[in-house]
Ligand binder design. Structure first.
Ligand code: GLU
Length: 508
């Protein structure tokens, strides 16, 4: 029987969630859902020095906003709980000990000062930052260089130590990556990574292998930055006797700066004026706020769609996909090998498209909140929804609704008089007086009823309709924007339309 697909997103909760992280979540999610599998969120928080309060809750909220809900997580629980590595601490030590006993790992007693010394002593022109590896390990204080008695004594005295993997010499470590195909490493070029730290916590390298094994993960998808760690992980799978159970790997390409030079960072976003995090993130240490896609006014559907095609396409020209279509069409083999350049204008295009195709009811609550923040009261919910439907094709980001729709609920504060003045005359003023009188008794207060009356009156007065529509728009809206002016009049109502015309006539 085929094994049930189980994938995981395994973030270290250290700050805002980068869009590359969300894309990793998305690809995991799509893959799992397509194959009827399970998607697990595991919090990799073994590095206590990097603990950031609130970061885990933030990740959970980002996933909820994106609609990428895990089947198992610290919040949702599941059969392999706990899903937070710090709560699994006791599980890892036995494996570190097993590796030492097998001769695949060793105790290292070097103090931080001794490590610093090593970095200076072995520094050469070719090797500017020497690492703890097979050349260096024999010159350090560890269970490979000390006698058994000395090691025993140091352990008995409680001298701090770490456990390091003993990388073999000149072995080829290879695996097949679902995106890159066959990948090979020479073991001599990889350093002896720490597996268990002085505080008894495992490092990421040990924990990720133990947990992927014990949580029965079948496929491990992660960012390309983890590719150099893969040989360490593969050896651990072998040394621990679990190689047959090893997940299939895929290392996802980086998301690049808009100019294609290097990985997109939060700093690029600050510098170029676009978000890089999924949601607003406030650094608890500095209180610095970084704006997220959500708060900037992205719809989650657009954000997800944009990320899905940033490094993948289904081989057709199609760009807009619902989540169900993505689940159906996604394939890891079609993920591009090279990095994908981030393009904020394109991201906005996706949002515009999604605002157009999403029923206003879906984003009404967010827009209402924006209206309230701008002191615009909305009483009539049905009208509000109709207004949002009418103007949505003019909006790229949700806050655009404030400019595009607030005049439906509140008379404009200022009128663009300068755009009307040069062509304004007595005849036009007279026209609007008459129109107001006619409006008062108009029974069919619909866009077409208003338009017919407006045009007939223009013909009677021998004024071109085209010359009257702009002043009418500025009277109702304040500026040169918004949908068809007769639609606006119909929606704001008869009394309000007449009031706005009368007021504007005093200003032109
Ligand atoms: N904890 C790693 C991270 O922060 C996870 C890498 C992996 O998925 O193996 O990205």
């Amino acid at each position: 029987m085929e094994k049930k697909v189980r994938v995981r997103f395994a973030p270290s909760p250290t700050g805002g969630l980068h869009l590359g992280g969300v894309r990793t979540v998305l690809y995991n999610y799509l893959f799992a859902k397509q194959l009827g599998g399970e998607f697990i969120l595991r919090i990799e928080d073994t590095d206590q020095t990097r603990f950031v309060p609130g970061a885990e809750e933030y990740i959970q909220e980002c996933l909820a906003w994106c609609g990428l809900t895990p089947d198992e997580s610290p919040l949702h629980g599941g059969p392999y709980a706990p899903y937070r590595q710090s709560e699994r601490k006791e599980m890892y030590r036995q494996y570190a000990e097993q590796l030492v006993a097998q001769g695949n790992a060793y105790y290292a007693f070097d103090t931080p000062e001794e490590l610093d010394e090593m970095r200076v002593k072995f520094k050469t022109e070719e090797n500017t930052s020497p690492q703890y590896n097979l050349q260096v390990r024999n010159k350090m204080r560890n269970s490979l260089t000390l006698s058994q008695g000395e090691v025993k004594q140091l352990l008995a005295e409680g001298v701090p130590y770490v456990v390091r993997i003993k990388m073999p010499e000149n072995e080829t470590i290879s695996f097949t990556d679902m995106i890159r195909g066959d990948v090979e490493f020479n073991s001599s070029l990889v350093d002896d990574k720490v597996l268990l730290k002085g505080d008894g916590m495992p490092t990421y390298h040990l924990a990720v292998v133990v947990d992927d094994y014990s949580m029965k993960i079948t496929h491990a998808f992660r960012g390309e930055e983890w590719l150099p760690s893969a040989p360490v992980h593969i050896l651990l799978w072998k040394y621990l006797g679990w190689y047959k159970e090893m997940p299939q790997w895929a290392h996802l390409p980086l998301i690049m700066k808009p100019d294609g030079h290097g990985k997109l960072s939060k700093r690029d976003g600050d510098r170029l004026g676009f978000p890089v995090f999924a949601m607003n993130w406030t650094d608890p240490k500095t209180n610095e706020l970084t704006t997220g896609f959500r708060e900037l006014g992205f719809l989650p559907e657009a954000f997800i769609n944009m990320l899905a095609v940033l490094g993948w396409n289904d081989g057709t020209e199609q760009e807009l996909f619902t989540i169900d279509e993505l689940i159906e069409r996604f394939s890891m083999e079609k993920v591009h090998k090279g990095g994908a350049k981030f393009d904020f204008e394109k991201a906005k295009w996706f949002n515009h498209e999604w605002i157009k195709r999403t029923p206003a009811t879906a984003f009404k609550p967010q827009v209402k909140k924006l209206f309230e923040e701008n002191n615009i009261q909305v009483e009539d919910e049905a009208k509000f929804e109709q207004v949002l439907e009418t103007v949505k094709e003019r909006c790229t980001l949700l806050p655009d609704f404030v400019q595009q729709a607030s005049f439906f609920f509140k008379a404009p504060q200022t009128l663009d008089v300068a755009s009307v003045k040069p062509k304004w005359n007595e005849d036009k003023a007279r026209f609007f007086d008459i129109v107001c009188e006619k409006f008062t008794v108009l029974e069919d207060w619909t866009a077409s009823g208003i338009e017919t009356l407006f045009k007939e009156t223009a013909t009677e007065k021998a004024i071109k309709v085209g010359e009257l529509q702009l002043p009418f728009r500025i009277m109702l809206v304040g500026g040169k924007f918004g949908p068809t002016v007769f639609d606006i009049a119909a929606l704001i109502g008869k009394v309000e339309t007449i009031d706005r015309i009368k007021y504007a006539l005093t200003q032109f």
